[in-house]
Design a protein around this ligand. Sequence first.
Ligand code: ZN
Length: 162
Amino acid sequence: MNIVTVPDPLLRQISEPAEIGDKSLKKLAKDMAKTMYKTDGVGIAAVQVGVLKRMIVIDCDVESRRRRPIVLVNPEILKTDGPELTEREGCLSVPGVYGYVTRPTWAKIRAQDRFGNWFEREGEGIVAQCFCHETEHLDGHLFIEKVEEYVDVEQMQDGEEE
Ligand code: ZN
């Protein structure tokens, strides 16, 4: 699937709740995961592949790359906590741009699976960062709105991209 990139106005739109029982969700999740791995992303929102449905796919296990994507349908951040942390961030929809964004170090998210069952997940560090970044996509927000300092990509070392 092609990634929707800036300045496409689609990225600024608010995604609609994903309908439980929608048979296209399974394939969409699969395609999103495939696209995420292909582009070395750690998370992807449906809007990034051009579908305005509230669904995100995440796999922050960058070390092992066992490929166990978590599919979150209609996700909402329940709670964030911990000291704020300023980390480098990038986005598949804003290619070649990296910047420092301050996020909470811990976040709890609530979401449905595609059968409608609600579940909760919590995560620290990159996982919390990813929960926040991806759910913001569903409300038409991009990380560049929060960047405190941009990274000089020329100065980045190989393999450092997120
Ligand atoms: Zn993004």
